[in-house]
Structure formats: C-alpha cells, structure tokens
Design a protein around this ligand. Structure first.
Ligand code: FAD
Length: 644
C-alpha cells in the first residue's frame, strides 16, 4: 500500500482554503442521517464531538473516566500558542509555522503545520467566546508569555491551569449537545477494538467498566481522540490512566503507526525519588520565562550540594554555570525542550548534578523575585510553586527548584493524512493520538493548539467529505463483523483473566519502563536498542506465563483493565525500539549517540531520513512493514538547528 498524505496542491498559504472549498459538503438536512463515534473526550475529542453535533450529526462519545472533565488534558499547565501578534513583537502565521517546523527538527509536513498556525488564531477567539478565562493585561487585552523555541510571546494562558480552563470550555460545548440529545455520552466505557467492514471502520467494541458488559456500537465513522502513550515509560508526567490501547488495537486492524519512537522528554520535571513512584510531576515550561537554569561549575561544589553541606543560595554567582544562557545566548533558557533536556543530562553526566540522587539541575527564581517582587512571581506561577512545595517540602521562593527531564509527550501516533484519516478509511485520529504536526520535537504550548485545531476546525470539514462520498446508508450492529470482533475481544479478556502467575502486571509495567528509559529514552544507540528488543520480547513471553490478573470480567476490575493496557504497551515498546533502531540519525527528541555534531547537538541525515516512518502490523509476533512518506520542503530551507 502506498501512502498518500493528500496534501493539497498550490501555494502553502492557500492550501487549506482551497482544500476546504474542494471538499464535498453534507447538506444540513442529511447530517442527521449520519452516526459518528468519538472515542475520547479530552480537548481533541470534546471539541470534535461538540462541533460535529452542533453541525447536526448524531454523535456517540466515549471515555474511560467518570466524566469528560477528567481527561488528561486537564493537566496542561502552561498555555496554548496562537499567532495573534497581540504583543506586536514580530509574530505572524508564517513565523509560528516556521518555528514549529524548525522546532520539530524538520520532520513534520509543511502543509499540516501551516494549517495549524493558520487556525491557531481562530482557536483563541472560539475559546474566549466560550468564556475561557485567559489571563489579561491591565487594559483588558489577552496576555501572552513565551515558550521554548520562539523569540516572540504568543502563548495564551490561564495561570498554570490552561488545560483545565480550555477543557471546561470544550466540556460546556459538549454538555450543551448532550442536553440537546445530539451527543450520547458513555463514561466509564473503554473501547477495546475497531470493527471494520470491507476495509472501512464501521464501529467499535467497548467494555462497560462497571458491569463488564461487552457491547458493540455502529457508526459511519470512528474518531480516535485517545491521547498519547508516554506511559509506556511507566514514569511520565501523563495521567496514570493514559494508555495506548485504542490506538494500538486500531493499529492491529490496519491503521499504520507513525514515528512511534518520537518521544518528548520535558526538561523541567520534579526529579525521580525512587521505585515507589507511579508518576512524575511537570513544572511547566512557562517557568523558564523567569526561572534561570544552572548547575554548579565544579564537581566539588556539586558534591557538597548533594551531601547537603551547602545550600544552593550559598553557591557564589561565579561558581554557577547558567549553561543554557551560556551555550544558546539567543534563546537562553527558552531553547526547545529536547535541547534543554540533553544539556541537563550532560551536566549530570559530568558529575555536576544536584539533589540527593545527583540527577537534577536548578531552576532558580531569585533574580526574578529581586526584579519583579515575590507577589508578582506568586501571581504568575503561584499554583505551580504550591505544587512543588507539596511534593518536595522545599520552598522555591527561597531555594531554587530541582528539576530533571522526564517523559512528557509522544509526537508519534497513528499515521494520518491531511484530512486526519488513518490508513483505514472512516477511521480518524485527532489530538495527541495522531502523529501529525510536531515532527521529532513538539514546541511547548502547541499540543493544546493542535488538539483544538483538529477538533474544532479541521475534522468538521474533512469528515464531511468522506461522509458525503459514502452516503447515509444505515450501519448497524447486526452485521456479522460486529459479532466476530466482539468474540475476539471476549477471547482476549478471557486469556488475560486466565493469567494466574505470581507477578503483578504493575511489575511488568515498571520493568518495561526501565527498559524503555534506559535504551530508548534521552539517548539511544544501536547496541542499546538491539538489547532492548530482546529484553522486551523476553518480558512479553514472561508476561503471558507469569503475570497474575485477579477478579472477574463482570465487575469493576482494575487488574484486568491494567493488564490489557500493559500488554499493549509491551507490544508498542518493541515497535518503538524497532523505529528508533531504523532511524539511524538524530532528530529532535530522538537522539542517536552515533549521530551528533562535534558540539554534541543532534545531527540529522536529511538525505536518508527526511521521511515519516509509518509501520504496518503484519500479525502477532511478526516484524512490521515500514512505509516511508517522504517529506517535501518548499517553504523552509533544511538547516542544522541553531539556537545560539
Ligand atoms: C502535565 C502536563 C502538562 C501539559 N501542559 C501543556 C501545555 O501547557 N500546553 C500544551 O499545549 N500542552 C500541554 N501538555 C500536553 C497536552 O496536555 C496533551 O497533549 C493534550 O491535552 C492531549 O489531549 P487529547 O485530547 O489528545 O488527549 P487526552 O486529554 O489524553 O484525552 C484522551 C481521552 O481519550 C479517552 N480514552 C483513551 N483511551 C480510551 C479507550 N480505550 N476507550 C475510551 N476512551 C479512551 C480518555 O478517557 C480521554 O477522554 C501537557 C501535558 C502534561 C502531561
């Protein structure tokens, strides 16, 4: 099968307008004849479900939490980008496009990214109209701050709770449609498979997480808005429940997986303290607007800090290395995440790490407090500082925060074309679930932008085209494909429930996480990745013999839910390792030790790797097929990223 990204012809700035005009429409009276399934009601799913219902389609929406309000999107702290140029500081749609392409290390599609930058301005208007309380300046205009990888201020925010406020907006719009009877909401319901008929997605199989009932749902199209898979690393900043199951099961039904190894490691997280932890906490990138990152200049001082014989504020100015400001004067502390993360790791490798474990550097607000006053710093970042105090019992108003990189976001995901369609017609992927717009490294505050762009502004157009061509012929669950897929799901659940070994599924998850972090984390080598593949295969074999899954299907059963998700993570882990091994270059968050510049920066190989890797499932325990979507750059010139 050849990959067609369906990027419209014509000048970059006109592609989307032209495409919208070329797409077929479903007339208003016909829309009510179509049933759409939306899996996931975070920012991408809630915005899509609300918009499609508003247009007149009948929507069934699903989430595994007890309310759409609890989607992982609620955790987003720092903000959302938009090229409004409210600051008059030189921003434009083209600059946001350019920053995003460059930030992603030239591994994203120009057409998609330009569209994202273009609709970013509409997102802010939409959210303001919904009542999202973005921070405002004294005169009433919306305020902005800066995020990594850009030299302008274009990030809109609501203190450190931007995701929560945006989700409340999308959730209100969704609720309006639930009330109007246009959306039927299924909470505590987990999608476990996709039903295809003649190669088209026609529905899903779900498990009711309260009763265990296995049900089928039919629709003219299925939208997966099921988030990212950072939890394959066990420890990440994602919500504990975030998982890959929906995307992975769709992959096994024919949806190609795009760039699975592209993972974002966020530089400013609270460091790991030991094996007792089940998740990590992000300290928002917005903090790098005012916080200065440093490590001690010498190993001796670092040692004293580690032992606690001196405190950070006792380290003289001359003994501090503000390494990001030193190495990248043009961007300073606001270099992109991959660059900041690698530099922190380097400091630690040189023996200059701080904190009890030595796996941390400082993020210091002393200068900002001197310059702005503690009250202003509190007003800007108070809830983040409070979170830090609660977790570490240290006061960042007095001593610098200790931070270290952690897994945060996955740029990889289901491969989609310009219309957000996966390789299975009728099956779409939106938000973090797809691989689309961030290349090998996402810029901060661009995930919310992409999820809402996909849901509010892209899918309402592109889905209509598919439906108009398909026609409104009723689909229902009486087709034998539904019963057959349901049977597969029940067989799989019974296989999991039959596991009566002596090792909890959580232990397997933690082991997988260790392997992934060690060999497919911040730095990767061919040797390490080859070793990881063997380790994951052995872990998988062991899982299906020695894991224990307790309880029954017909009850609330966290052990069963988790077992299914972890089995999927193990399989995904192997594909990530294959992808990372195949990509024998460094780009963005994917750092192959074998491929670096003399200064230790990521060294791309554009001649051989300027493509999207799209993997095709070929059967259980079979190697997957690699398809390459060549990336064509017409508007930007590929160059070595330079933030100095
Ligand atoms: C701590 C933190 C802070 C962040 N801050 C920012 C920020 O400031 N700015 C920014 O741009 N980005 C930020 N991000 C990234 C951003 O929050 C996410 O990328 C984005 O919210 C993902 O939205 P989504 O709608 O794609 O998925 P999610 O919000 O993860 O929603 C997934 C939905 O899918 C459902 N689901 C999943 N699987 C199934 C299944 N099998 N069956 C049924 N339902 C299912 C879930 O119930 C949920 O409703 C942050 C991320 C983290 C971890």
């Amino acid at each position: 099968m050849s990959l067609d990204a369906k990027i419209p012809e014509g000048p970059l700035a006109q592609k989307w307008s032209k495409h919208k005009f070329d797409l077929k429409l479903v007339n208003p009276a016909n829309k009510r004849k179509y049933d759409i399934i939306v899996v996931g009601t975070g920012l991408a799913g809630a915005s899509a479900a609300a918009s499609l219902a508003e247009l007149g389609y009948n929507v069934k929406a699903f989430c595994f939490q007890d309310s759409p309000r609890r989607a992982h999107s609620i955790a987003a702290q720092g903000g959302i980008n938009a090229a409004k140029n409210y600051q008059n500081d030189g921003d434009s749609v083209f600059r946001l496009f350019y920053d995003t392409i460059k930030g992603g290390d030239y591994r994203a599609r120009e057409g998609n990214v330009y569209r994202l930058a273009e609709v970013s301005v509409n997102i802010i208007d939409q959210c303001v109209a919904q009542g999202v309380p973005f921070a405002r300046e004294y005169g009433g205009l919306l305020d902005n701050r800066s995020f990594g990888g850009s030299q302008v201020s274009r990030t809109f925010y609501a203190r450190g709770q931007t995701g929560q406020q945006l989700l409340l907006g999308a959730y209100s719009a969704l609720n309006r449609q639930i009330h109007a009877g246009k959306v039927k909401m299924y909470t505590r319901t987990e999608m476990l498979d996709v039903v295809t008929i003649d190669g088209h997605a026609k529905g899903i199989v779900t498990r009711n997480m309260i009763t265990g009932s296995i049900d089928t749902h039919a629709g003219h199209a299925v939208l997966l808005c099921t988030g990212g898979y950072s939890n394959v690393f066990y420890l990440s900043t994602n919500a504990i429940g975030s998982n890959v199951t929906a995307a992975w099961r769709a992959h096994k039904r024919g949806a190609f997986f795009g760039n699975p190894c592209y993972t974002q490691i966020h530089p400013t997280c609270i460091p790991v303290t030991g094996d007792h932890q089940s998740k990590l906490t992000l300290m928002s990138e917005s903090l790098r607007n005012d916080g200065r990152v440093w490590a001690p200049k010498t190993v001796e001082i670092a040692e004293q800090l580690r032992k606690g014989t001196i405190k950070a504020d006792q380290v003289k100015e001359d003994d501090r290395d503000y390494f990001l400001e030193r190495k990248y004067p043009a961007f300073g502390n606001l270099v992109p995440r991959d660059v900041a993360s690698r530099n922190a790791k380097e400091m630690v490798a040189e023996g200059k790490g701080v904190g009890g474990s030595g796996f941390a550097v400082f993020l210091d607000f002393a200068d900002a407090i001197k310059r702005l006053g503690e009250d202003t710093v509190r007003a800007k970042y108070g809830n983040l500082f409070d979170m830090y105090i609660q977790i570490t019992d240290e006061n960042p108003y007095k001593q610098p925060m200790r931070i270290y990189p952690a897994v945060h976001y996955t740029m990889g995901g289901l491969w989609v074309d310009y219309n957000l369609s996966t390789t299975v017609p009728g099956l779409y992927a939106l938000g973090e679930c797809n691989f689309s717009d961030h290349g090998a490294n996402r810029l901060g505050a661009s995930a919310l932008m992409q999820g809402l762009s996909d849901g509010y502004f892209v899918i309402p157009f592109t889905l209509g085209d598919y439906l108009a061509k398909l026609g409104p012929k009723k689909v229902d669950t009486t087709h034998p494909a539904f019963e057959a897929t349901k049977k597969d799901v029940i067989t799989y659940i019974n296989k999991l429930l039959a596991l009566k070994g002596n090792k909890t599924v959580n232990e397997y998850h933690r082991e997988l996480g260790h392997i992934m972090w060690e060999y497919c984390g911040m730095a990767r080598t061919a040797e390490g990745l080859t070793k990881a593949k063997g380790l994951i295969q052995a872990l998988k074999a062991d899982f299906w013999v020695n894991a224990i899954v307790t309880g029954e299907n017909e009850e609330v059963n966290a052990s069963l839910e988790r077992a299914g998700r972890i089995a999927d993570f193990i399989e995904l882990g192997e594909l990530m390792v294959d992808d990372a091994l195949m990509r024998n270059e460094s780009c963005g968050g994917h750092f192959r030790v074998e491929s670096q510049t003399p200064d230790g920066e990521a060294l791309r190989d554009d001649d051989n790797f300027a493509f999207v890797a799209a993997w095709e499932f070929k059967g259980e325990n079979q190697p997957e097929d690699l398809h390459k979507e060549q990336l064509v750059f017409e508007a930007v010139h590929l160059s070595q990223r330079n933030y100095a």
